[in-house]
Design a protein. Structure first.
Length: 326
């Protein structure tokens, strides 16, 4: 018979402490999770639907229930789309100053068909990997994917989850198995205060323009502003500019700084600002004291008689000329 401590008053063992019981339960949960990943981790389930907009469209998987990945190094950063006889793609996401905690999915569109949504986070890195961090790059290899060629466009969707859902996506690069490569450039942030879905067309690199606009001391506005910028290479119109600025925009004496993305407009030539009237303030107005735009090392200043007063309505829009500024 085993010896027992002299401190024990009887032969009955002491009941386990609450901490010991909790540790035992936690250990069991971990074992079950590992077992579930090991046994069921390779199962991929498809729901099939038909694209009703295209009579010749085959039934395609609408949703993929992905396995938990990341336990093995060969599983990291690789997604199996499950399309027999499909092709492979490499997709690279470049994040700007604002990362996201949201779940991100991508669809790729060819000339006559498209892939199903693929939830990217599920396949990046190891378990617990923090995808889409600020100023970071995440690369995903998709194997056995429906062959859409080099996509004409892609759709990025955020589910707006987590404490920091808004995402500054700078660029998506897609490379095919045949070595073709293209860039896709967002024109705004995704999720949070912005829409959670954006469609990006294959095209030219986007430039970041920085706008400084100062309101006069005597006349701010609560009306939504529309701004148009015309350059020698193209034009860009921004609607509801107030929503691009945090807080109460265009207050008396305040300088607002905001950015927008666009294909290169070249040398800026002219522009226009108008105010959309609101129901409670149909006769609103706004007086501007200073207005500049910069892109990289280039900078332009609006030339107009300052301060300039703008009234609501398209007929009262203020037009101006841009001059190169040092």
């Amino acid at each position: 018979m085993n010896k027992r401590s002299d401190n024990n008053e009887n032969d009955n063992p002491a009941p386990p402490s609450k901490i010991t019981a909790f540790a035992s339960i936690l250990r069991s949960i971990v074992y079950l999770c590992i077992l579930g990943v090991t046994v069921f981790g390779g199962i991929t389930v498809y729901d099939y639907v038909t694209d009703k907009s295209n009579k010749n469209s085959p039934s395609l998987p609408e949703r993929v229930v992905q396995p938990i990945t990341g336990l093995k190094s060969e599983d990291q950063n690789t997604a199996d789309a499950g399309k027999e006889g499909g092709t492979n793609y490499q997709i690279m996401f470049e994040t700007g100053n604002d990362g996201t905690d949201a779940n991100i999915s991508i669809m790729m569109y060819g000339k006559n068909t498209s892939t199903v949504p693929l939830i990217v986070n599920s396949f990046l890195g190891y378990l617990g990997y923090d995808a889409f961090k600020a100023n970071g790059t995440d690369t995903l290899k998709v194997i056995n994917q429906l062959d859409v060629g080099l996509p004409d466009k892609i759709k990025i969707t955020s589910d707006n989850a987590g404490p920091k859902p808004e995402w500054h996506l700078k660029k998506v690069t897609i490379r095919t198995d045949q070595g073709e490569e293209a860039g896709y450039y967002p024109t705004r942030n995704i999720g949070g205060s912005q829409s959670g879905t954006i469609t990006l067309h294959r095209g030219k690199e986007q430039k970041e323009y920085i706008v400084h606009i100062t309101t006069a001391d005597n006349n701010g506005t609560d009306s939504n502003a529309t701004m148009t910028f015309l350059g020698v290479e193209g034009s860009k119109t921004l609607y509801n500019v107030n929503e691009m600025i945090s807080g109460n925009a265009f207050e008396k004496g305040e300088t607002e700084i905001f950015t927008f993305l666009s294909e290169d407009l070249g040398q800026l030539v002219t522009g226009k600002i108008s105010l959309k009237p609101r129901p409670l303030r149909p006769n609103d107005s706004w007086t501007i004291r200073e207005f500049t735009v910069a892109e990289g090392k280039r900078k332009w200043a609006a030339v107009m008689p300052f301060p300039t007063k703008i009234k609501t309505g398209s007929d009262s829009a203020a037009s101006f000329i841009f001059a190169t500024s040092q």
